[in-house]
Design a protein around this ligand. Structure first.
Ligand code: AMP
Length: 352
């Protein structure tokens, strides 16, 4: 007898090209679960989430397709994963409305992700922005997903989805599984500026999966560094259990850029190399120019095969249209079933 597979749901907002933060934060996990026979994987282009922040219509048309191309180029396989568009499955929005009855406005206003967006776009604090985590809960629960491979920044949203699922099950007798946060690389990928996380919406913060060697070299060279020699302090981070590391050079300057550089070295070269460099920082001092050039080369080598596949795929427009239509339909089939169950539980079914 074949075992019932657990479901996986994830998505990436269609706001430009994918970057290293998306790659380590989300895609590595998405790929791992796709290859695990215990899971059935649904990966959407989160185009409705993308319009919760200001956008340019013509660029957005391209960005939506870019995500599908990037998904395929990194190795997501339409034979194994359902690669669909969120906006092609209207049940996401229907379920989001039903679920919005289960969570308070105050809870949404206090989420760190909401506060960050308010700071970034103070002129655009819309209902859609406030409702973002509810729509994300609907995305997940519509497919009754058990695992959600996303970056660490999304953890509070998974908590909201769990709270909504719990409430819905208790109040209405639905049987939503409580979704779990799934992440392979732990922390978020930091910004190249040294401040916060790598993000598409912060200029100078990211390396795109499509960047060429020269561009990567230039971006890595710009990571702000210090004199190369100093002390390293480990602080207890406020919000989490992990240790926070601070690099203070011999002139007393705290260097957040060095921290970003070390994180990237750990991701691309390994933890051993980071430890080695940290020992040199404390002893004889580091020469950043050579380290940065090597790092840029390693990043490019990891991205090159992805870029080659992407170029080939972009030419196959009929193939792309077919897999998208097929996937949208598969997603709708699951979604229709869940909505029918929810409407029945909420007493919203047609009376016959
Ligand atoms: P977004 O582009 O905001 O839709 O993010 C898509 C996915 O990438 C989500 O799972 C995010 O958590 C993840 N992600 C985005 N930026 C980062 C980052 N700097 N570090 C780790 N994960 C990230």
């Amino acid at each position: 007898m074949s075992k019932i597979k657990q479901r996986v749901l994830s998505g990436i907002r269609a706001t430009g090209h994918l970057h290293l933060g998306n790659y380590f934060g989300a895609i590595k996990g998405m790929l791992a679960l796709q290859e695990d026979a215990n899971f059935e994987t649904f990966y959407m282009v989160a185009d409705a989430h993308a319009i919760t922040t200001p956008y340019k219509v013509e660029e957005f048309r391209l960005s939506r397709l870019n995500v599908i191309l990037d998904y395929l180029a990194v190795g997501l396989d339409p034979e194994k994963s359902v690669l669909f568009f969120q906006s092609a499955v209207p049940q996401h929005f229907e379920l989001a409305f039903y679920l919005s009855t289960l969570i308070s406005v105050a809870k949404m206003q206090h989420l760190p992700t909401f506060k960050d967006k308010v700071k970034q776009h103070p002129e655009n604090v819309t209902m859609a922005l406030l409702n973002y985590p509810v729509l994300m809960a609907a995305d997940i629960l519509l497919y009754k997903a058990n695992q959600v491979p996303v970056g660490a920044d999304q953890k509070p949203h998974i908590e909201v989805a769990r709270e909504i699922a719990r409430k819905c099950n208790n109040l209405y007798g639905t049987k939503f599984p409580l979704p779990n946060f799934f992440n392979l690389s732990g922390e978020y990928v930091p910004s190249l500026t040294g401040e916060g996380k790598m993000s598409k919406t912060v200029v100078g913060s990211y390396i795109n999966l499509s960047d060429d060697l020269k561009t990567i070299e230039k971006k890595v060279a710009k990571i702000p560094t210090d004199s190369g020699k100093g002390e390293i302090r480990e602080l207890e981070a406020e919000s989490d259990q992990h240790q926070d590391i601070v690099y203070i050079d011999d002139s007393g300057q705290t260097s957040k850029g060095v921290k970003s550089l070390m994180s990237l070295i750990e991701l691309f070269v390994g933890q051993e190399k980071r430890k080695e460099y940290e020992a040199e920082y404390k002893k004889d001092g580091l020469r950043y120019a050579v380290i940065k050039k090597n790092l840029a080369k390693l990043i490019y080598e990891e991205l090159l095969p992805i870029q080659e596949r992407r170029r080939e795929l972009a030419k196959r427009t009929d193939y792309l249209a077919n897999i998208i239509e097929d996937a949208n339909q598969k997603a709708r089939n699951v979604a229709e079933q869940t909505i029918a169950e929810v409407k029945e539980k909420f007493a919203l079914s047609i009376v016959t």
